[in-house]
Design a protein around this ligand. Structure first.
Ligand SMILES: NC(=O)c1ccc[n+]([C@@H]2O[C@H](COP(=O)([O-])OP(=O)(O)OC[C@H]3O[C@@H](n4cnc5c(N)ncnc54)[C@H](OP(=O)(O)O)[C@@H]3O)[C@@H](O)[C@H]2O)c1
Length: 333
């Protein structure tokens, strides 16, 4: 019997290639959720909830989207003088990366350089204020000239400046946007430009779970993190076409100098070492969103599905904010 034309159709080479990304392989080997008992499906999702593959894994004509490794070049981390950035710089240096560390406090930066001396990789410092646009471009040029190409950039520098609805003023909003949003963009623009020219790169931007909803005292901070989440989602469509892997990091609460300023209860608080280990693992895995700890993130993501009155009620109870009196009026200038 003559075979139909369709049965002889030759697939393009790229379609015949086996999936090369481990994330994709993992997905395909999971039992389809529709034919799995509900408890097993829930278990599968729980085991690998955040590395379900997305279209990030394959770009262009079936090539694998770039993922950094120490042999290819340098990691640049902003906000590396204290807290999460510092711990991540040390963690990646232990894994063999050469790290370029940026922040303003030169003393703190000097001390991580000394700590890295015995490590497999090394940390070099490039002090700069992230709000200085030309300074940041000059920093990128200096890093690439002295150390080599930046293959992974982690835009971590950030500040939490509390604001209250009963003492409204613009100062802390302006400063928060300058550091968190424009500070990120001042680094991202020159780095993405160079990665585009080279044809590969990996970029990670530091968000926060406070991006998920407005939270008490975090109207400035949380809205900058929501802006970063939205901004990177929008840019990711084009970055991927240029073989630049984009990732957002949305951690829960981590004990650092930044959280010392918060005046509400912080559930599931992590240490900087726990946080930096999870971030490093997420950068290696390559999924779009790196968010943890699950015991905080899952309930928060679930809460987002509810109508706003329920969300406000739960957040008021969780933070105890409804019990606080309205503060004194600020003195008018
Ligand atoms: N801690 C948490 O619970 C938590 C949770 C989610 C997300 N995050 C985010 O994680 C990032 C790191 O925060 P952290 O908790 O580790 O706080 P941190 O210890 O206060 O670190 C903030 C870092 O940003 C740097 N920085 C601030 N302003 C800067 C500027 N204008 N120019 C250059 N560097 C600047 C600081 O260095 P210098 O002061 O020396 O410049 C410091 O290295 C932030 O983006 C934060 O929003 C933190």
């Amino acid at each position: 019997m003559p075979q139909t034309a369709q049965s002889h159709r030759v697939l393009p080479e790229s379609a015949c290639r086996p999936p090369c990304d481990p994330g994709l392989v993992r997905f395909r080997t999971l039992t389809p959720i529709s034919v799995t008992p509900p408890f097993l499906a829930a278990f599968q999702l729980w085991r690998r909830p955040l590395s379900l593959p997305t279209d990030t894994h394959i770009y262009g004509d079936g090539m694998r989207l770039y993922r950094a490794n120490p042999a290819d070049g340098i990691v640049w981390i902003t906000g590396a003088s204290t807290g999460i950035g510092r711990a991540l710089a040390l963690h990646l240096a232990r894994q063999g990366y050469t790290v370029a560390a940026t922040a303003r406090a030169e003393d703190n930066l000097g001390s991580i350089t000394r700590e890295s001396v015995e490590m497999k990789g090394r940390i070099f410092t490039f002090p700069c204020d992230v709000t200085n646009e030309t300074g940041m471009e000059r920093t990128v040029i200096a890093i690439e000239k002295t150390l080599g190409p930046i293959v992974l950039a982690v835009f971590n520098a950030g500040a939490y400046l509390p604001v209250r609805g009963d003492r409204l003023e613009t100062t802390n909003f302006l400063r928060s946007y300058q550091i968190n949003v424009f500070g990120t963009l001042n680094g991202l623009v020159p780095v993405a430009d160079r990665m585009r020219d080279r044809g590969y790169g990996q970029i990670a931007v530091m968000g926060s779970v406070t991006a998920f909803f407005g939270m008490p005292s975090a109207a400035a901070y949380g809205s900058t993190k929501a802006a970063l989440n939205n901004m990177l989602e929008g840019l990711r469509f084009d970055l991927e076409k240029m073989n630049i892997r984009a990732q957002i990091i949305n951690p829960g609460f981590v004990a650092t100098p930044l959280t010392e300023k918060t005046s509400f209860r912080m559930p599931a608080l992590l240490t900087v070492d726990q946080a930096s280990r999870r971030i490093a693992a997420g950068l290696r895995r390559g999924g779009y969103e790196i968010t943890f700890p699950r015991r905080l993130v899952w309930p928060l993501k679930f809460l987002r599905l509810f109508p706003k009155p329920i969300v406000f009620f739960v957040l008021n109870r969780l933070t105890g904010w409804n019990k606080r009196p309205v503060g004194p009026r600020k003195t008018r200038r």
